[in-house]
Write a protein that binds this ligand. Structure first.
Ligand code: 1BN
Ligand code: ZN
Length: 345
């Protein structure tokens, strides 16, 4: 049975689903550090750092490395709008910017508008923003991230902040930034693969223990795919992929629904943050995509050593750009480039 992972349950989930650690992947992180040093990097999250992921253990040798600094800038540009809470002016302005930004890199951009019902039973207008690369290719990869941010920082240690919105530098902007930068690099260097980038809305308005109140935009898209009978090879969701100390273990529902694709992604992983061990279970957007018959996995920062199961700034007012690393963004983006290279062969 699937269930929403509440703070108390999540602990239990880890206890239930963590099996003895399998072999950790061997990463040449020192090469990345050497590269950063050679480029004069200080290792801090500034736009002038050079953050290109380690590609020496990967398949994508004939492409430029993923540019983590450019992704960092794309995350900052989203945060400059303020929290992207649905039905606010910042959300509307960011939707325009995301559409224009995707249009520069994709063959077609579709803005899917719909109405969903929130956990409070209220109708809400949403926008899923979809960038299509190589629309005629039959072999397709689906990539997703949520672009909205949570209206309430209800995990903040200070109760006075619980009614304030979350900036979502990590929880929202990071995944979107990696996908925007990936589209940019694919446009510059080409791919034979069809790639569909779906930026889903209204992921983060959920109420603990009400599963259907999460992932509202993804649920809408799963019921109304942008192409009738849409069947990609599989999907990859990015969520919270920017923390400097991120831990990308193998999320439970991803393994349950698409274990072969989890193997494929983790065997193409770049850098030190992908850990080839079982992680907790999260009712994230990918669950609804899997329910619709499309295998989909979640690359998400899971922490077995925290009460929430996530990083310390999760759903707090501190989920801001200071807590985002171009190195982590680069590793996630490089992993996607490697997966794409492996599917092109
Ligand atoms: C991920 C980031 N999620 C929300 N923000 C999904 C989630 C759903 C997390 C239910 C915990 C419980
Ligand atoms: Zn969230």
């Amino acid at each position: 049975m699937r269930y929403v992972v509440s703070a108390s349950q999540r602990k239990m989930t880890y206890r239930i689903f963590l099996y003895p650690s399998t072999m950790k992947m061997v990463f040449l992180y020192s090469a990345l550090v050497a590269l950063m040093t050679a480029c004069g990097s200080t290792g801090t999250s500034t736009a002038t750092d050079t953050a290109a992921a380690d590609t020496t253990s990967t398949a994508a040798v004939d492409r430029s490395p993923f540019d983590g600094n450019s992704a960092l800038q794309l995350a900052r540009q989203q945060c400059d709008f303020g929290p992207r809470v649905p039905a606010t002016p910042a959300h509307a302005k960011c939707a325009e910017w995301l559409t224009t930004t995707l249009q520069a890199s994709c063959d077609t951009v579709i803005v899917q508008q719909g109405t969903v019902t929130t956990g409070q039973g209220k109708p809400l207008g949403i926008k899923n923003i979809i960038g299509v690369i190589n629309p005629d290719a039959s072999q397709r990869l689906l990539l997703l991230a949520h672009w909205d941010t949570r209206p309430w920082a209800d995990n903040d240690p200070d109760p006075a902040n619980h009614s304030k919105p979350v900036m979502g530098a990590n929880d929202g902007a990071s995944g979107v930034a990696v996908l925007l930068q990936l589209a940019r690099q694919l446009k510059a260097e080409g791919t034979s693969l069809g790639v569909d980038i779906v930026l889903v809305d209204a992921e983060d308005m959920g109420i603990t223990d009400i599963e259907e109140s999460w992932g509202l935009g993804a649920q809408y898209w799963a019921q109304h795919p942008h192409v009738a009978g849409y069947k990609p090879l599989f999907g990859i969701l990015l969520d919270m992929v920017g923390a400097p100390d991120a831990s990308f273990t193998r999320e439970y529902y991803s393994v349950k629904s698409a274990s072969g694709f989890v193997d494929l992604v983790w065997s193409n992983a770049a850098g030190s943050h992908f850990i080839n061990e079982a992680g907790g279970a999260v009712t994230d957007d990918h669950v609804f995509i899997n329910d619709a018959g499309i295998p989909c996995i979640d690359i998400i920062d899971l922490r077995s050593d925290s009460d929430t199961g996530f990083c310390s700034v999760w759903h707090t007012v501190d989920d801001t750009m200071e807590h985002i690393s171009p190195i982590t963004l680069a590793e996630v983006g490089q992993t996607l480039l490697n997966v794409i290279a492996s599917l092109e062969q």
